[in-house]
Ligand binder design. Structure first.
Ligand SMILES: NC(=O)C1=CN([C@@H]2O[C@H](COP(=O)(O)OP(=O)(O)OC[C@H]3O[C@@H](n4cnc5c(N)ncnc54)[C@H](OP(=O)(O)O)[C@@H]3O)[C@@H](O)[C@H]2O)C=CC1
Ligand SMILES: O=C(O)C1=NCCCC1
Length: 279
């Protein structure tokens, strides 16, 4: 994944300075890594940054953690603009469902509960013991969450897990749909994160058909969502910028593709901070 960015600002470093970044992110996915002792993440990433004048390699950054947090952060932003901005904020304690409790499911759970008023979290994982382990971890983190009375449940089926949920994260490698329209209540927001056969493998066509679909990147969608036969409403960024209106529709879907520019900017930020603190 190549990223070229010109003329942008990283305000936490120096709001007067303008950055130019050329980056390349390399990603591998080895499903069996999770069975190694100790386990290794299945998705591994490396970010290379290049000098924008000479093209010379400038830094190589371990990108696995960046990928994990960046992906969850994109879903948090999408959830804020596509869900929380359209609901009645006075009653805004929401129920979250996490479908798939691997690296992404875990970080989405922590990020969502740290950022929003989540009153209940429902967990489902193919291997039930992993959902149980995440439940214990979340229980121990409650004091750091927005809602310190968070209730945590582990479910035996996806249907049971999402039945009462307002916000849903799908983060599995499942190659066929596991989330269907008949399972959902009204007024739901879905962050579809996992990549199985395609980016949209986990969610049934009936869900896409009845929802408004948003992506992180039109360019990404043109290349990576060719097999999604439902119209895309826009980029989340277009809603943030006011180019597109905040949806009023009761079912919204953020189809997460992943954007190398986001990884490259975070990589650049890390390099800038490293160089600043070294002095
Ligand atoms: N949109 C984006 O930008 C990004 C997307 N991804 C994608 O997100 C997904 C999750 O990534 P990550 O959490 O890092 O991976 P992990 O390997 O840590 O977790 C994988 C999860 O998927 C579950 N799973 C795998 N196969 C199936 C299946 N056939 N049916 C049901 N559940 C299944 C696993 O369950 P079990 O524990 O039972 O094995 C586990 O919960 C991957 O598809 C990855 O490619 C990752 C990074 C960025
Ligand atoms: O953006 C990424 O990084 C990824 N996107 C989809 C699948 C794995 C990694």
């Amino acid at each position: 994944m190549l990223a070229v960015l010109n003329n942008y600002k990283l305000s936490s470093i120096d709001e007067h300075k303008t950055f130019h970044t050329i980056g390349q992110k390399l990603v591998t996915y080895f499903q069996d890594n999770v069975n190694l002792q100790p386990p290794v993440p299945t998705t591994l990433a490396t970010i290379c940054l290049f000098d924008n004048v000479t093209g010379k390699l400038r830094s190589i950054i371990e990108g696995t953690e960046i990928t994990s947090w960046r992906t969850a952060a994109s879903s948090l932003v999408a959830t804020k603009y596509l869900y929380f901005n359209r609901i009645d904020k006075t009653t805004a304690d929401s129920v979250l469902a996490i479908i798939g409790c691997g690296v992404q499911g875990r970080i989405h759970a922590i990020g969502m509960c740290s950022t929003f008023n989540i009153s209940t979290i429902n967990l489902w994982n193919r291997t039930n013991s992993k959902a149980e382990s995440l439940a214990v971890e979340l229980e121990n983190m409650k004091a750091t969450f927005q809602n310190k009375n968070l209730k945590i449940y582990v479910h035996n089926s996806v249907g049971e897990c999402v039945a009462e949920s307002d916000i849903i994260v799908t983060a599995t490698g499942n190659r066929t749909p596991l989330l269907f329209g008949h399972m959902l209540k009204t007024n739901v927001h879905i962050n579809a994160v996992g990549y199985g056969q395609t980016h949209h493998s986990e969610v049934d066509g009936g869900v896409y058909e009845n929802g408004k679909i948003y992506v992180d990147s039109w360019t990404g969608a043109e290349a990576e969502l060719k097999t999604l036969n439902y119209p895309i409403e826009g980029e989340v960024g277009e809603v943030i910028n006011g180019v597109k209106e905040t949806p009023t529709q009761a079912l919204t879907i953020f189809q997460s593709l992943g954007m190398a520019v986001e990884d490259a900017v975070v990589g650049q930020l890390i390099v800038e901070l490293y160089e600043k603190n070294k002095k």
